[in-house]
Design a protein around this ligand. Structure first.
Ligand code: EPU
Length: 330
């Protein structure tokens, strides 16, 4: 499965089925051998750390389809098959002249994986434009529609990482793209990049182009160097913790949250611990962004875990802050 996970781990699956039609899922569910195995649902493999040997059944979701399904006064509704490449789907909406997904340009992975961790970047989360999705329920053998509330979206989180993990397979996702589109430029680098290009009334495609430039400057291309994007969530702490840290570390990077707490920049914490650019075995910390762990060539899951644990221990010891991993560990 080395080519199926962006970390480039040379994993071997016990059983593997590529799902190109929804009906195959019902067949797998009734299969006397496959139905009894633990399941791993695979999209683009871009937020995943695989063990060298994956027990049970890997289901690679390759369901295609892009469609404008409806519109009302406020929104155009577009649907993507779970197996569609996310970035290509975003570009397709932009070519139709529809805004809403541009800040999420160039995120690796598939449309069906996007709701699982509620992908987010540059001031927008997928839940901001999410309408509904359909999923196949392995418990009942039925397909069902889930709305935003039922998906329990939170920062890099949803019900699909928790209660519905391995139970539900997302088949397609529908987004509500606003007709009265407004650019979302709260992320300072984004506003700066557009200003440098002297674009003062940006269209969705301009925002997308700026996002692509920012991502390419900061984040490693998985085609070139194996990685799974941010390896840890930015920790959210109380005001008391943030204030205590600020007295010792006036440079601390933190962002106020709607609930009164603060999100800390985990990349800053990791960099302060001296990890930026360092390696442990064949796993390393990206030179330009300390929140991203990379495969220096041939890294095993054990090496990636060892590096992640060492970073977590150092951040805990120095700042008293717990870092939670972001990718799914299979
Ligand atoms: N920083 C450092 N050193 C570093 C990295 C970051 O000091 O090595 C500090 C800088 O002050 C910087 C701040 O941390 O201003 C924030 O860094 P950045 O804007 O690069 O964003 P991030 O918090 O590290 C998050 C997401 C990214 C997303 C960007 C932009 C998470 C876990 N990560 O990263 O998402 O692209 O914001 O919105 O929330 C992903 O989830 O895989 C991902 C790449």
């Amino acid at each position: 499965m080395q080519a199926m996970n962006t970390f480039g781990i040379a994993a071997v699956a016990q059983q593997f089925v590529r799902i190109e039609q929804c009906e195959q899922l019902a067949v797998v569910r009734c299969d006397p051998v496959l139905s009894g195995l633990p399941r791993l649902v695979l999209g683009g493999g871009s937020n995943l750390v695989l063990p060298d040997s994956v027990p049970g059944l890997v289901l690679q979701i390759a369901l295609p389809g892009r469609e404008v399904v409806a519109q009302d006064e406020d929104y155009v509704y577009v649907r993507g098959g779970a197996g569609e490449n996310w970035h290509e789907f975003v570009q397709w909406t932009l070519e139709l002249g529809l805004g809403g997904l541009e800040n999420l340009s160039l995120i690796p992975g598939t449309v069906g994986a996007a709701p699982i961790q509620n992908i987010g970047a540059y001031g927008v989360e997928m839940q901001d434009v999410f309408h509904q999705l359909t999923a196949f329920d392995f418990n009942s053998g039925q397909s069902l529609t889930l709305n935003k509330e039922e998906c329990c979206f939170a920062y890099r989180d949803s019900v699909f990482k928790r209660a519905y993990r391995a139970r539900m397979v997302i088949l397609d996702v529908t987004f509500a793209l606003p007709k009265a589109w407004q650019p979302r430029l709260a992320y300072a680098d984004l506003a700066r990049t557009l200003a440098q290009q002297q674009i003062d009334a940006p269209q969705p495609a301009d925002v997308s182009a700026a996002i692509i430039a920012i991502r390419q400057a900061k984040l490693p291309d998985p085609q070139v160097i194996g990685n799974a994007g941010s390896f840890f969530k930015n920790p959210i702490v109380t005001t008391a913790v943030r204030d205590r840290l600020l007295t010792h570390y006036p440079q601390l990077v933190s962002y106020p949250q709607a609930d009164g707490r603060y999100k800390l920049a985990a990349g800053w914490l990791i960099e302060q611990c001296g990890w930026k650019g360092k390696s442990l075995g064949r796993a390393g910390v990206y030179e330009k962004q300390a929140l991203v762990l990379v495969n220096r060539g041939g890294a095993s899951a054990a090496e990636v875990r060892a590096l992640a644990s060492a970073i977590q221990a150092d951040v805990q010891a120095r700042f008293g802050v717990e870092l939670e991993t972001e990718p799914v560990f299979a």
